[in-house]
Design a protein around this ligand. Structure first.
Ligand code: G3P
Ligand code: MG
Length: 286
């Protein structure tokens, strides 16, 4: 396995950032955060804007735009197969009807997950997590798996996704492991119990009470917060507890610049056509 520093250079093209604990002057040993091994830019929903979200053609398109990491939403079929879908129901992004949780994997394989987007993508299938992970391994790209449980399935989703990643992703390989994230602590807790070695990030759309304690209790390495939540105070809170700072969904250059200036470690974006994945955002023209 390459040293972390080399892996980091492969994917971000920048030196590992270290943030020192604000109380370092009290410590005999200076504590630093582990280098963040993932790219700064992450394509949202598998780069699913110019192509149908959470599909292999979308990821391939994102790759052609230079992206090397992809956020994907994962939930379970009725028979427990983890696959990519954002919504609880099938109507918006597939040719199916009803809930994902009441549809078997065999039934899901017969759906069209591309025609809703455009005729170009008609015939695109719903991808299983297994297929996506194998694609990532073959292509040398990285993934952020958002655990998106259907109602009542937080625990089962965390277990199934962590188990699938552990079975398929080499633990001592070159590629950093998939980052598991979720708005639902119960899903992250189940993933942790199943595969504690996999990195976890708590997703926040609001700063609910005790979010920081929850992130730490879950052994998270990252906080992934809505861009409007980030400010200097939140950055200070996360960095003081050695949590890396990520934001979703950043599509506006001024917002990207603001978050970069705050020192965030990564941004999730829909706009694979607007941002250069090989560079940090630059100051937008007034
Ligand atoms: O993982 C960040 C982001 O994807 C959360 O929002 O609704 O697009 O899954 P959503
Ligand atoms: Mg998501």
């Amino acid at each position: 396995m390459l040293p972390q520093r080399n892996i980091h250079a492969l994917y971000s093209g920048r030196k590992p950032a270290t943030r020192q604990h604000p109380m370092r002057f009290l410590a005999h040993t200076v504590q630093t955060m582990e280098p963040w091994p993932y790219p700064f830019w992450i394509a949202h929903r598998g780069a699913g804007t110019l192509a149908p979200e959470n599909t292999l053609p979308a990821i391939a398109l994102g790759q052609r735009h230079g992206f090397r990491m992809f956020e994907c939403d994962v939930r379970l079929s009725a028979d427990g197969v983890p696959f990519l879908l954002h919504d609880d129901t099938l109507e918006r992004t597939t040719s199916g009807h009803g809930t994902a949780a009441s549809t078997t994997w065999q039934e899901l394989t017969r759906l069209d997950a591309g025609r809703w987007h455009s005729a170009t993508y008609a015939g695109t299938g719903v991808p299983s997590l297994e297929v996506v992970l194998n694609h990532c391994l073959q292509q040398g790209i990285l993934v952020n798996l958002e655990l998106k449980p259907s109602p009542g399935q937080a625990h089962a989703t965390g277990v199934a996704v962590a188990r699938c990643v552990r079975q398929l992703w080499p633990q001592q390989g070159l590629l950093p492991a998939p980052l598991l994230s979720s708005f639902q602590p119960a899903a992250l807790q189940a993933a942790r119990a199943t595969a504690p070695e996999l990195p976890r990030g708590l997703l926040l759309d609001t700063l609910w009470p005790d979010w920081l304690e929850s992130a730490l209790d879950l052994g998270c390495t990252a906080l992934v917060a809505h861009h409007a939540l980030w400010n200097a105070d939140l950055v200070a809170q996360t960095s003081s507890r050695h949590l890396h700072a990520l934001s979703y969904t950043v599509n506006d250059p001024a917002t990207a610049w603001r978050l970069t200036e705050l020192g965030l470690d990564g941004l999730i974006t829909d706009r694979i056509d607007r941002f250069d994945p090989a560079a940090k955002p630059s100051r937008p023209c007034p």
